[in-house]
Design a binder for this molecule. Structure first.
Ligand code: CTP
Ligand code: MG
Length: 590
């Protein structure tokens, strides 16, 4: 996905930092430039001691050899000073740039991920997304940290050394320097074949991460089924796949440095032999010969390191492909601009109009379903498990999109609403409750971050949570643990209800919100909920019919259709599905 190769895409992404990149690149090049000067200084020094009053420096006007040496020393100080200065600046610039880019990239990617619809998440594994947000972005950081500088400096080295060789002797340059661009090009091509291998490595890392994440969050299931050995084997298989993928890459990548060294050896020997021969013949100065020999040395080291740098580059590209693909994945959920005022939202009914919906690759769940949730009223929804009650809620929140028909609210299809307006109008107590690993107080406050402590506690009282919280050793400051697992199921539900109550939204949805509390607590909760749902549009989904008994209206949902619809007493006397369920639950059924 996306346009162009990963490198171009990355550059595009870094456009806002163009100036820093340029400045950093400038410092890298100049640091290298001054770093290559010492061989020239050595050459000049040799020139001084061999030729004395006829040296190169003497030709510039410094006749006395002693003066020449002093001048050289001053020059050396200057050059080393400049080299150090530029080294400091490129270090600071590249490394901070790496930090800025990884920071921004992570935020952008996470922001993008958060905007994705639920179907996007259904298709992916959390662990893999996590690997992208962490490892892959860090890989990029490592490359920017030093890889970019390395590449620039090697290029500078080749150009400067090449120029010096050409100036001193084109014949030697022919053998020693001309092959180098070829070597660099060849090595780049060679390393290119690493790209798909590193893509596999990153993919394997993502898969392993996903499995580890699954195992860790489902540890109690793993242990209760004594499946540890089994899980270990699964991890072993994926970890092995990761190792194998890396091995494939290593096989190629490790051969690189030795190959490069051999290629450079040719140039080095050529310089030694050819240059030496010219010097013996007297056509080349001893100083110039020294420059050439020292310069080839200078080539050797960075070029052998090129392998490492290209390696870093290919890894970074494999990672940035993954990151940028996430960034490029379209946000399918389109939202409108409609944002009705609070009063309108409170006084408008919510209607499903001729709505058809089914999950991908599944039988349709709803076929031309029409159903209205009247404003200010409480509607109970019952139906056997899998009937689609929770799916109905998902459609209201736009966690899922109907294939046909609409949900309308305030006489507008909810697709035309601003997503924020829609979702902030709904307080949901989910069937599967998620609490965040912080205190009870903060978990409830999640419903309305600006709420005062008093308001939070008031909401908790309505949700029948205050009493149990008071009995906890740390009270409101009790940490609930990951997912809220340090609380009982019923306690978790009450915290979630308090959170929804605090949100104080026009539409309140309770999806099996009291399924885990005892009968007595439920009866108490029932009274509170009736109080807060007075004049508020409320949807109560429950299997336990006592929960919906007092609703203004009860809807029986079966096979994607509304089978029965009415008040409790009417439905009981109707003698249909609801009546049957009721008699089973009250024990009158047999
Ligand atoms: N389903 C699905 N993909 C999802 C969620 C649900 O295919 N992401 C399917 C379920 O397998 C089920 C149907 O959709 O067959 C309805 O699910 P749901 O609305 O959750 O059923 P509920 O009526 O809420 O069932 P329960 O009483 O068990 O909560
Ligand atoms: Mg459900």
């Amino acid at each position: 996905m996306g346009e162009g190769g990963p490198f171009r895409r990355l550059l595009n992404y870094m456009k806002p930092h163009r100036r820093t990149v340029r400045l950093a690149a400038f410092c890298s090049v100049f640091n290298k430039f001054w770093d290559l000067a010492p061989p020239l200084l050595i050459g000049l020094a040799v020139d001084v001691v061999v030729l004395r009053e006829e040296s190169t420096l003497a030709n510039v006007g410094l006749v006395d050899p002693w003066h020449q040496l002093v001048a050289l020393s001053v020059l050396t100080f200057l050059i080393w000073g400049l080299e150090s200065l530029f080294e400091y600046f490129y270090g600071v610039l590249w490394r901070n740039l790496a930090q800025t880019v990884q920071h921004e990239l992570r935020l952008d990617t996470f922001d993008h991920v958060q905007q994705q619809g639920m179907t996007w998440f259904d298709e992916r594994q959390k662990g893999d997304i996590l690997a992208i947000l962490n490892d892959d972005i860090n890989q990029l950081e490592r490359f920017l940290d030093k890889g970019a500088n390395d590449l620039l400096q090697v290029s500078t080295t080749v150009i400067v050394v090449g120029a010096v060789f050409l100036l001193i002797s084109w014949q030697v340059a022919l053998f020693a320097v001309l092959p180098i661009p070829l070597i660099v090009w060849g090595s780049f091509r060679y390393q290119r074949s690493l790209e798909p291998r590193y893509a596999k490595v990153r993919q394997a890392a993502g898969q392993m991460n996903a499995l580890l994440e699954n195992d860790l969050s489902g540890m109690s299931t793993v242990q209760s089924f004594t499946a540890e050995a089994n899980e270990l084997r699964r991890v072993e298989v994926l970890s092995d796949a990761y190792r194998e993928a890396n091995r494939e890459a290593i096989r190629l990548s490790a051969a690189f440095t030795p190959l490069i060294r051999m290629a450079i050896l040719v140039g080095f020997t050529a310089t030694l032999l050819l240059g030496g021969w010219f010097t013996l013949e007297g056509t080349m100065a001893v100083g110039a010969y020294s420059v050439l020999v020292f310069m080839t040395q200078r080539l050797l080291w960075p070029l052998t390191r090129l392998g490492e740098t290209f390696d870093l580059y290919q890894r970074a590209m494999a990672s940035s492909t993954r990151v940028l693909d996430v960034l490029a994945s379209p946000i399918e959920l389109q939202q409108g601009e409609y944002s009705p005022d609070l009063e309108t939202r409170k006084t408008s009914s919510i209607a499903l109009e001729d709505l058809s919906f089914g999950y991908p690759d599944r039988e349709p769940l709803f076929n031309h379903l029409s159903l209205t949730f009247e404003h200010g009223k409480t509607t109970g929804v019952v139906g056997s498990t899998g009937a689609g009650k929770t799916s109905l809620v998902r459609l209201l929140l736009r966690f899922a999109e109907p294939q046909q028909g609409h949900v309308t609210w305030c006489d507008q299809p909810i697709e035309t609403w601003k997503l924020h307006s829609l979702r902030s109008s709904i307080a949901l107590v989910d069937q599967h409750i998620t609490l965040f690993p912080t205190t009870i107080l903060e978990n409830i406050r999640y419903g309305r971050p600006a709420a005062t402590d008093e308001e939070v506690i008031e909401a908790a009282e309505i949700a029948e949570a205050a009493a149990f919280v008071a009995n906890l050793p740390s009270g409101w400051e009790t940490l609930v643990g990951e997912g809220g697992h340090r609380l009982s199921g019923g306690q978790r539900q009450r915290v979630a209800i308090a959170r929804a109550v605090l949100k104080d939204a026009p539409l309140l949805i309770l999806d099996e919100a009291t399924s885990a509390v005892d009968n007595e607590t439920e009866a108490a909760l029932q009274r509170s909920i009736e109080r807060i749902s007075r004049g508020r549009t409320t949807i109560v989904i429950a299997h336990r019919l006592s929960t919906v008994r007092n609703a203004d209206r009860i809807v029986v949902l079966e096979e994607g259709e509304v089978m029965e619809d009415g008040r409790h007493d009417d439905l009981v006397s109707l003698g249909g599905i609801y009546a049957r369920l009721w008699s089973v639950q009250t024990g009158e059924g047999r």
